[in-house]
Every structure is written in structure tokens, then in C-alpha cells.
Design a protein around this ligand. Structure first.
Ligand SMILES: [Zn+2]
Length: 478
């Protein structure tokens, strides 16, 4: 045990290594009782922050004892293989479903890393220049293979020991399948203190997933604020909005391109389509899920009815899975994917990546972005600097595969699909506290959203709320 620099029984400290005044790269380092615990280990995805993925990790990865993973989104788990490559060999605790989905996500991410490095190498050679970062992948499938055995699945609502006097308890976060908030307990008896990490907080009364379990019993709270300054449209309006987009686009004779996250969002869109078809609210149309990862994740949903909500369990029990309606085609090969563009008439294409910064959605955009009769329909958060955000912000032209394309397609957004709680839902989540926390740390939001939500927490609850800066360390003292 030569690696610890802190004195024994030092005041617990929390360092914000990501998702601090930005949305991606969630990484929180908790040092307590002689242990180093990292909560989440995400990739940075904002264009301006991508360089941070290449920075050496701020503490030696081998010195981290335990990793607690809230959920399997790449901005929460996508750096793991690199951490393992650089020496981390501790346990990774997550729910069973998070472990299963993380295996799919990390495998996909490694393939993208390798592909990207290849493209970069070719482009730089052609342009006779050297890029800012090495033209090697951040990690490979070998690193993923070394990472997956470190996962140890844990059950919800069951505290597990993770170090001397330290426990972790996972609670339903209702954000994506298997997602959690994590309560870390430090010490025992009257000296026991707790830190609650919200993870990404989901929404109440959504299809498929159980509702989030509200915060309870914590001394310090680290809460996300992706939509901390906004209110979503009511989930009831989603169906109407979706039906209108489909009917309109069909009238114009174009296609509907839905850049979608493979986890949960794709399945939720399918759930609504299935409803609309059942209600005869939309005409029969071909729907392609053109994302091998989404197809694999859909299998995980059907394999784990025990953690789906009642409505969804009932559908599955009646063999009425919303993931198998007539007209739905699951695309597996690149050949099938390319053939979609040959179909005339309106089709809906749900394809990754959700922020358009990679994946098959790019070639569907290439065929449709300049067609006024087509629609690009956003159903998820678009981070600053991503292609999706540029389109959503109304750029007149965009770059795809090195070529500029005028944006003539109709751009639609259904924010109600969000997997993230809005300001009032985050407030509802915090309202579960019986005692005021000592302090709330507002993270995982763009600076304005985090600042607005911190202000709101102060005004609404009268609690102390702070928006930590990148790499800021706070002492958790009474
Ligand atoms: Zn998430």
C-alpha cells in the first residue's frame, strides 16, 4: 500500500474530473477512508473538450480501488478501457443490465476509435500534416476484453462493502435500462456520512422504464443539470408531435431520419410508433432501425422484463412486444443499410449516432439533408460542437465526409423524448430528502444550465448549491 498519499482518516474529498460545467466526461473521484473511488468514467464528446480524452488521467489509474458505474452511456463509461489500459485493475460495480449494455457500448466504441484513427491517418497523410493527437485509437477491442471481467454486478437497494467502512448502494434512476443513482456511505454510527451521486436522472411516467427513486438520506448530493434550466413538453404531447411529423413528411414524399441513441431512445421511439400504428394515427410505413448496437440493446430489453415498468411487462407477457410491429426492419449489415436509400416513398430511418458525430446516420443524412421533402427528427440531447447541434441550431450548410451540403430538409425536435429530468423533475427528485443536505454540487450541464439550477435549488429549498469547476476538489466536512 505505497500508493496512497493522503494521511489516514483524512477528511473525505471529492474531485470533479469531468461533467463540471459541461455535459460529458462524467468522472468524480471520491477519496475516503484510505480508498480511492471513481464514480463513472466517461468519454468527453464536446468537440472543444475532446483533447481531455488524451490527457494523462489526473491520478494514477492503478491507485483507484473501485469504480462505481451509474449507467452505460458512453459519456459515463466510455473511458473505462483506457483507464484499464493505463493500469486500473480494481472492481467495476454496476447493475447487471448496465454491465451487459456497457459490454455492447464499449465494444462499439472501441471499433469507432479504431476506425477513426484509420480515417485520420489517411486524411493526414493526404493533407501532409500531423494531427494534434496521435493517429492511434484511444483503445482497442483488446482493452475492452481486459475491462469486461472487472465488472461485478450488484442488485438495486442493497448496500455493498467497497472498502474500509465504505458502502455503495445503487438505486433506480429511471434514465436508461439499468441506470442508477449511487449512495456512498462513509464510516459508521453517528460519524457515518453519505454522498449521493444522482447519475443521470430520468423522468416519471415514461414508457418502458420504472420511475426514478427520489433522493433520500444524504449529506452531500452531486446532481446532474443537463436540463436544469428548462421544462420539457409533457410526455402526452410526444405522440401528437410524432404523428404530425410523420404525416407531414409523408405528404411531402420525403424520408424521416431520426438520429438516435441506441440505448432506450430507439426503443422508446418504437414504443410510440407501435402505439400510433395501433391507434391508426399514422399511415403504414417502413421503419428501419439501422444500428447494430440498437438491435443488440433491444435484445437486452426483452431479456430483462424484471426491471421494466408494469405496462411494458404486460405487453411482453402478451407477446405484444413493441419491438416487432409490421413494417419494422432491423438492419444488420452495411449492404442492407445502403439499400435503404434505393427505396422510393417515405420511410423512417432510426440510426446512430444520436448526435450525428459518427455511425450510419451520416450516410442517411448525406442522402436526405439537402432534400426539402425530407425531415431530420431529433429525439435527444445534442451537445455543443456536435454535427447534430449544428443542424438543430439552423446552420445553412453542414460538412459530411469532408463535403459541404446545404441544409434543406425540415428540422424537427421532440424534446419530450428526453431521458433526462427537466428542472421541475430534478426538483421532484431532490424533494425526497427528509433532511436538508449539507451541500449540493450541481454538475453535468452546460454552464448556464448548471448555474440556473444551482440558483433554483437555493431559492426553492434554501440549500447551499455549488457548481464545481473542472478538477476542483472539495472537502466533505461538517
Ligand atoms: Zn446518460
Amino acid at each position: 500500500m505505497t500508493r496512497k498519499t493522503a494521511q489516514p482518516a483524512a477528511t473525505p474529498r471529492l474531485t470533479f474530473l469531468g461533467a463540471a460545467q459541461n455535459v460529458t466526461g462524467s468522472r468524480y473521484l471520491l477519496e475516503a477512508g484510505g480508498s480511492r473511488i471513481l464514480v463513472d468514467c466517461g468519454l468527453y464528446q464536446e468537440r472543444d473538450l475532446l483533447a481531455r480524452n488524451w490527457d494523462p488521467f489526473p491520478v494514477p489509474p492503478a491507485s483507484i480501488d473501485t469504480l462505481l458505474l451509474t449507467h452505460a452511456h458512453v459519456d459515463h463509461c466510455g473511458y473505462l478501457p483506457r483507464l484499464v489500459h493505463d493500469g486500473f485493475h480494481g472492481r467495476i460495480l454496476s447493475t447487471q443490465v448496465t454491465a451487459e449494455i456497457a459490454a455492447i457500448v464499449l465494444t462499439d466504441s472501441a471499433k469507432l476509435q479504431v476506425e477513426d484513427a484509420g480515417y485520420k491517418r489517411k486524411r493526414h497523410a493526404r493533407e501532409k500534416r500531423i494531427g494534434a493527437h496521435p493517429e492511434v485509437p484511444l483503445y482497442t477491442l483488446d482493452d475492452v476484453a481486459a475491462t469486461l471481467p472487472l465488472f461485478e454486478p450488484v442488485a438495486y437497494d442493497t448496500p455493498v462493502a467497497i472498502g474500509a467502512g465504505i458502502t455503495a448502494e445503487f438505486r433506480e434512476a429511471g434514465h436508461i435500462l439499468g441506470s442508477s443513482s449511487i449512495l456512498v456511505g462513509i464510516g459508521s454510527g453517528a460519524a457515518r456520512r453519505t454522498v449521493l451521486f444522482s447519475g443521470d436522472v430520468g423522468r416519471w411516467d415514461k414508457p418502458l422504464l420504472n420511475d426514478p427513486v427520489a433522493a433520500a438520506g444524504a449529506d452531500w448530493i452531486v446532481v446532474e443539470s443537463t436540463y436544469g434550466d428548462r421544462l420539457h413538453e409533457q410526455t402526452g404531447q410526444i405522440k401528437e408531435h410524432l404523428a404530425a411529423v410523420i404525416t407531414e413528411t409523408r405528404r411531402r414524399g420525403g424520408n424521416i431520419i431520426v438520429p438516435s441513441f441506441a440505448l432506450e431512445r430507439t426503443q422508446e421511439v418504437l414504443w410510440y410508433l407501435n402505439e400510433l400504428i395501433g391507434l391508426k394515427r399514422i399511415p403504414h410505413l417502413l421503419v428501419f432501425v439501422d444500428s447494430p448496437m440498437a438491435v443488440r440493446v433491444t435484445d437486452v430489453f426483452e431479456k430483462h422484463p424484471e426491471i421494466l415498468d408494469e405496462q411494458m411487462r404486460a405487453l411482453l407477457a402478451n407477446h405484444a412486444s413493441p419491438f416487432h410491429f409490421s413494417g419494422l426492419k432491423l438492419v444488420r449489415t452495411v449492404q442492407q443499410s445502403k439499400a435503404i436509400n434505393l427505396i422510393s416513398g417515405t420511410v423512417m430511418i432510426i440510426a446512430g449516432a444520436g448526435m450525428c458525430n459518427g455511425g450510419r446516420v451520416k450516410h442517411h443524412l448525406e442522402s436526405n439533408i439537402s432534400r426539402p421533402e425530407s425531415t431530420v427528427l431529433f429525439v435527444g440531447y445534442q451537445a455543443v460542437g456536435t454535427l447534430g447541434r449544428q443542424i438543430l441550431d439552423g446552420r445553412p450548410e453542414i460538412r459530411l465526409y469532408g463535403q459541404m451540403h446545404p441544409v434543406r430538409a425540415k428540422i424537427e425536435n421532440i424534446p419530450g423524448f428526453s431521458a433526462h429530468a427537466d428542472r421541475d423533475e430534478l426538483t421532484r427528485w431532490l424533494s425526497g430528502m427528509q433532511q436538508p443536505p449539507r451541500r449540493v454540487f450541481v454538475t453535468h450541464g452546460e454552464p448556464e444550465a448548471s448555474a440556473a439550477f444551482a440558483k433554483h435549488v437555493g431559492e426553492h429549498f434554501g440549500w447551499q448549491a455549488h457548481v464545481p469547476a473542472y478538477q476542483e476538489t472539495v472537502l466533505l466536512e461538517d
